[in-house]
Design a protein around this ligand. Structure first.
Ligand code: 5AD
Length: 333
């Protein structure tokens, strides 16, 4: 695969062929099935100051955190809607100690033994990850953000390190989590070279999940004036990632849906096979504003999953009531 060519060509036939090949491989591994995950944004407190992020420490915004009971209520709503994976996502919030998170994870696994629990709570130590895994967490999402150390330093304050982020991903893998990595498309300082390093990293580490979406400027951040990333380039990268790693679980991200009304459908036609509608309490959705105009209504709201199911059915896809685990099936490729 000539990645430079596919990322830069203006030939629409070559791009369509790329999308078709990615969709074909997705169908071969997972069938025409799109998995859903209920996203519960448990806290927007964050001790970090990532330069791109709308909930970074220095942004003056209303902060909230959900209680265990609120989180369980979200899961109850989600379970009734057919969700069998719950993703607990949040900023790096010291209030969510290992004891607190383990208690919540055990409660979810106790009440919903047929469900997978995914955590997305940022960097923690190996001992912490060990406890979370023992409490029953199945998966962990931690985007690597960029596989280039200099680019990483351009996006993050000096107290954060590329090495520690990569260490976390390796620890998570060792501990038996299904691991999610990923990056933004069009983040400040990104080049064709850094993107190729991201693709090399994915082809080599083979994360079970890869979350990629366009960078979108966030008010009150150092990058608030930087232009958003390209939807078109994001779709090509999704397709390339599917071809490099056919078994990957690849979400059509909210950022893509925010920038383009058909973003989610276009991602699916380029090889994506996961959607993650918002299952947070209605009154906190607007507060989890990691970037401007982030969608949490209509197609991004968990409550409208029946509508999503009908729309996807019309283009030949099912949304199974299923955990949607990483497939270990072998295919020829
Ligand atoms: N635009 C797009 N994505 C963002 N993220 C954080 N800030 C932004 C932004 N401004 C992504 C990061 C992070 C994930 C939770 O959201 O990649 O890992």
């Amino acid at each position: 695969m000539d990645i430079d060519y596919l990322l830069t060509t203006s030939d629409p036939v070559a791009v369509q062929d790329l999308f078709d090949e990615a969709a074909r491989l997705r169908d071969e591994v997972y069938g025409r099935r799109i998995f859903i995950r209920g996203l519960i944004e448990i806290t927007n407190h964050c001790r970090n100051n990532c330069l791109y992020c709308g909930i970074r420490r220095d942004v003056k915004t209303q902060r909230y955190r959900l209680s265990k009971e609120q989180i369980l209520d979200c899961c109850r709503t989600g379970h009734a809607l057919g969700f069998r994976t719950f993703v607990l996502q949040g900023g790096e919030d010291a209030w969510f100690t290992d004891d607190v998170v383990c208690d919540i994870v055990s409660a979810i696994k106790g009440e919903f033994p047929d469900c997978a629990v995914t955590l997305s709570l940022g960097e923690r130590g190996r001992e912490s990850f060990t406890r979370l895994r023992e409490a029953g967490a199945d998966r962990y999402l931690l985007r690597h953000e960029t596989a280039d150390a200099n680019h990483y330093a351009h996006l993050h304050p000096a107290e954060m390190s590329f090495e520690h982020r990569m260490q976390c991903l390796h620890d998570l893998r060792d501990l038996g989590f299904q691991v999610g990595a990923g990056f933004m498309v069009g983040s400040p300082g990104q080049t064709l070279e850094t993107l190729k390093k991201d693709l090399d990293f994915i082809a080599d580490f083979r994360p079970e999940m890869v979350g990629i979406g366009p960078f979108i400027p966030a008010a009150g951040t150092p990058f608030e004036k930087h232009p958003a990333g390209s939807v078109e380039l994001t779709l090509r990268l999704l397709a390339i990632i599917r071809i490099l790693h056919p078994h990957v679980l690849l979400p059509a991200t909210t950022a893509l849906g925010t920038l383009h009304p058909q973003g989610r459908e276009r991602a699916i036609n380029a090889g994506a096979n996961v959607v993650m509608p918002n299952l947070s309490p209605q009154d906190t959705r607007a507060l989890y504003s990691i970037y401007n105009n982030k969608l949490s209504t209509h197609s991004e709201a968990a409550e409208t999953v029946a509508d999503t199911r009908a729309r996807l059915k019309a283009i030949g896809f099912d949304i199974p009531v299923d955990r949607g685990d990483f497939s270990k099936l072998k295919i020829e490729n």
